[in-house]
Write a protein that binds this ligand. Structure first.
Ligand code: ATP
Ligand code: MG
Length: 387
């Protein structure tokens, strides 16, 4: 056993049995209801999806597709459509014998692809659709809603054709609205997907998202397109007992109780940070870990890993947004009024920027007029750097 920064799988998992069983059981059943998972960054959503996929692998009647919107680079609609279609085809490759990974085909001229697909034993209609999705001309196809619709309809068609149920695990689903070609595709696309999904029979969609605000807009709130279409589950951080278990299971050193408390206080149960500290604790040159060593490990982690983890996210913010984050972190401020005073801005300006910061997943509105930074390790890093 050792610490890992990749998605947890199998034996690496602490807790999460209930949610994984619930998803696997529901999906294996007859209903078409899917799940919406939300939870803060690095809490373990992707790990849950990947584990669900692993558990369903042996089920011949279900084809599970994991797809992360964040992996679409550059973030264009056309890239999304191609990459998603490719992932779907790849998942179905053992059901409809296509010899070659489709993405390799895309490089070839249309005639070669057409010729190649001719051997595949599925209906001509579906074949035409695949051909279209792989060969459409980026410059000519401007109806982006239609492209997205056709991409999302591909798994449905393949499922019908192969007599399977297709389960799409769409990670960071709300970010679909950020895809762009000339301009952003926008919120409407979620409605397009919802309308299509309603009429499908063989596809089950499960989504996840780490930005509370955007999950609300697309899935959770009563005015969102997918309201009541999913079983909604919040993925919470690990408990203190879970964190202790994770550390004891993986750590080669003995960690005393005070040190365990310190680790929990710092990580707040976010498994990613527990794994990160764990790796460093393993490298400490002494066998008994006390609070003293943990303090040093935390300081070193902030200094050495903080920049790698947070620099680009933080520097992509506008100057005003950065000022707000710094004021909140270093002065422990939570209300627009206090932040306005500290940054010498108008309260109304601050309120506007607090909305942007919510949409970007940096802060959450706790109650009326009270905001706090989501990631407490990020907050500590800012405080350490700018305090
Ligand atoms: N149940 C768990 N037990 C142990 N470690 C876990 C667990 N869940 C997640 N982790 C670890 O936490 C880290 C983050 O997990 P994961 O990528 O699944 O989270 P996420 O919520 O998808 O994060 P992101 O917001 O970055 O997409 C990984 O290092 C993973 O190994
Ligand atoms: Mg993830």
């Amino acid at each position: 056993m050792s610490f890992t920064l990749k998605a947890a799988k199998g034996d690496d998992f602490i807790n999460r049995k209930e949610i994984i069983n619930e998803i696997v059981t529901t999906i294996s059943g007859n209903s078409r209801i899917g799940f919406a998972l939300y939870g803060s960054r690095r809490v373990g959503k992707t790990s849950i999806f990947k584990e669900v996929q692993r558990k369903l692998k042996s089920n011949e009647d279900i084809v599970v597709i994991y797809f992360s919107v964040w992996e679409v680079m550059p973030k264009t609609i056309t890239n999304f459509v191609r990459y998603f279609s490719d992932t779907v085809l790849e998942a179905y490759r053992y059901k409809i014998p296509i010899k070659r990974r489709v993405v390799e085909l895309v490089k070839y001229p249309v005639e070669v692809i057409r010729d190649y697909l001719r051997d595949v034993k599925i209906s001509a209609k579906v074949m035409d659709e695949i051909e279209f999705l792989l060969t459409f001309d980026d410059k000519k196809e401007k109806n982006y809603g239609d492209l997205i619709r056709r991409a999302f309809d591909l798994p449905e068609k393949l499922a019908a054709e192969t007599n399977t149920k297709c389960v799409i695990l769409m990670d960071e689903f709300p970010s679909i609205v950020d895809l762009k070609n000339e301009s952003k595709i926008g919120q409407d696309v979620i409605g397009v997907i919802r309308t299509l999904y309603e009429d499908q029979k063989n596809t089950v969609l499960c989504v996840s998202g780490s930005i509370r605000k955007t999950m609300e807009i697309s899935v959770l709130s009563s005015i969102s397109p997918f309201y009541r279409q999913f079983i909604v589950r919040e993925i919470k951080p690990l408990s203190k007992d879970n964190v202790d278990e994770l550390l004891k299971k993986n750590c080669r050193k003995e960690i005393d109780e005070k040190a365990l408390e310190k680790i929990f206080e710092f990580t707040k149960g976010i498994p990613f940070y527990v794994q990160l500290l764990g790796k460093r604790i393993d490298a400490v040159e002494c066998n008994k870990i006390t609070c003293q060593e943990i303090k040093q490990v935390i300081a070193d982690t902030l200094e050495e890993e903080g920049a790698i983890l947070f620099n680009s996210e933080f520097f992509n913010l506008s100057a005003r947004e950065q000022k707000i984050i710094i004021a909140m972190s270093t002065k422990n401020l939570h209300s627009p009024g206090d932040i306005a005073k500290e940054t010498k801005e108008e309260t109304s300006t601050i309120s506007t920027y607090l909305i942007y910061l919510q949409e970007k997943g940096f802060i959450t509105k706790r109650r009326k007029g009270i905001y706090s930074i989501d990631d407490l390790v990020f907050e500590k890093w800012i405080a350490w750097k700018y305090g």
